[in-house]
Design a protein around this ligand. Structure first.
Ligand SMILES: Cc1cc2nc3c(=O)[nH]c(=O)nc-3n(C[C@H](O)[C@H](O)[C@H](O)COP(=O)(O)OP(=O)(O)OC[C@H]3O[C@@H](n4cnc5c(N)ncnc54)[C@H](O)[C@@H]3O)c2cc1C
Length: 401
């Protein structure tokens, strides 16, 4: 029986990704005894991510440090299969980070705030009293132990078992699940656009998704692809990625391969149950269009612990009390993510020629000097067929304005 584990904690966080570390830190900062467990032997590895984060949001949780910043990004290029591209500034300055260092640093922040952090330590079940989750069954290298908690945070990522054990519905439809594959590609000197993240779109490149090229240095980049699982049956994401890499770079050095899935649905409707809250990918909080989930998971964890802390203090961690977190999330991101989901669906069903034409037209516009509404009107004038799908675009333009 692992003696370094106490019998009970105020808060147990399962999973030491960005969401878990922020939840553990916020819990510890408020004086709660906190345990964060991670099943892997090393936090942050292996990396299953293209590693792009917003600088502004990230600074709320970590001091900027070049040790984990590989590239500073000033622009995004949206590219069609003919090579036309629209250059847009990101909503905030973006960094491509080294997640091995980034995730570890976030975990250190949790530890420095007083959380106990353990790796090679896995949640294998939940403790319950009737409907109430009361703790976690934990397996460590040197034995297993049932550990009580007043509140359990499921931060165990996209394949969250903890949320499922708690009875939450976590399986998205195939059309709302991104399958991803990524190469760390080297030998790219002269072939990358410095300070630019590239997004390549088109049914011929990544049906229902996109290909990204995120530079990590002058000759190295994360080159990856997501496509919705319902479109992966005939040609696999990996085959599509190989085609892209061959066509664009010939035979570069592929230094690592990662695969992973991301629910692209918007957050779960039910993110809590009695004594348990889900955060990050476990709660499907990633952006339903881009699948970016690092910053959103950190936000989610922060919100969860604002509500969770009050609930623990009041001695009421019932689902009814914890639902305030679901309302906070919906108020902040509900409409925006519903609109982004619609845009994804519209783009994935868009005729290939329309999409190519749209980017071709947009590539000629001085986008930086135009409002979203002006861009929309110009695109609609040039592509009247788009009118059928315009309602979604206009609504989204208004919501995101
Ligand atoms: C190919 C790909 C590219 C991506 N690119 C980007 C990007 O560029 N930018 C971006 O913002 N997002 C990106 N994402 C999404 C991003 O990686 C996730 O949204 C983010 O990691 C979510 O953080 P998290 O803390 O919720 O979960 P995770 O980072 O997945 O952490 C969950 C942790 O829980 C641990 N765990 C699981 N089960 C247990 C258990 N039973 N007991 C103990 N520990 C457990 C896991 O080992 C893991 O370390 C990408 C995803 C993929 C697959």
């Amino acid at each position: 029986m692992p003696s370094y584990l106490a019998d009970a904690y105020d808060v147990i966080v399962v999973g030491a990704g960005p969401a878990g570390s922020v939840a553990a830190r916020r819990a510890a900062e408020q004086g709660f005894s906190t345990l964060m467990i991670e099943k892997r032997q090393e936090i942050g590895a292996p990396v299953r991510c293209a590693e792009a984060v917003g600088a502004e949001v990230t600074r709320e949780y970590l001091d900027q440090d070049e040790r984990w910043i590989n590239a500073h990004i000033d622009f995004y290029d949206i590219v069609n299969s003919k090579g036309d591209f629209v250059r847009v500034p990101p909503t905030e300055h973006t960094w491509v980070v080294d997640r091995k260092v980034f995730d570890l640093e976030l975990a250190h922040r949790a530890r420095r705030s007083g959380a106990q952090v353990l790796t090679s330590t896995t949640a294998v079940g939940l403790l319950r009293e009737e409907t109430q989750v009361t703790g976690v069954k934990i397996r460590a290298l040197d034995g297993s132990r049932d550990v009580k908690a007043r509140l359990v945070i499921a931060a165990d990522g996209t394949e969250s078992q903890v949320a499922r054990w708690a009875g939450l519905k976590t399986v998205p439809p195939m059309g709302d699940y991104y399958s991803g594959v990524q190469y760390l590609v080297g030998n790219l000197k002269g072939k990358l656009k410095p300070n630019v993240c590239e997004y390549h779109v088109g049914m011929d490149m990544a049906p229902g998704g996109y290909v990204w090229v995120f530079p990590k240095g002058e000759d190295v980049a994360n080159v990856g692809l997501v496509m919705t699982a319902d479109k992966s049956a005939e040609i696999s994401p990996r085959e599509y990625l190989d085609r892209f890499v061959r066509a664009k770079y010939g035979s570069p050095g592929i230094m690592s391969v990662v695969v992973g899935g991301i629910p692209a649905t918007g957050a779960l409707k039910r993110m809590v149950t009695d004594g348990l809250m889900t955060v990050g990918d476990a709660a499907h909080q990633a952006d339903p269009l881009t699948a970016g989930g690092i910053n959103l998971g950190m936000f989610g964890a922060d919100m969860a612990m604002q509500v969770g802390a009050k609930a623990i203090r009041d001695g009421d961690v019932s689902a009814g009390r914890l639902q305030e977190y679901e309302h906070m999330w919906q108020d902040r991101f509900g409409k925006q993510h519903a609109a982004l989901l619609q845009v994804r669906k519209m783009l994935s069903s868009m005729n290939q020629e329309t999409l190519i034409g749209l980017i071709e037209t947009a590539s000629t516009l001085p986008i930086a000097e135009m409002s979203p509404a002006q861009v929309l009107v110009t695109l609609l004038k040039s592509h009247p067929r788009l009118l059928i799908e315009a309602r979604t675009l206009i609504t989204t333009g208004l919501i995101l304005k």
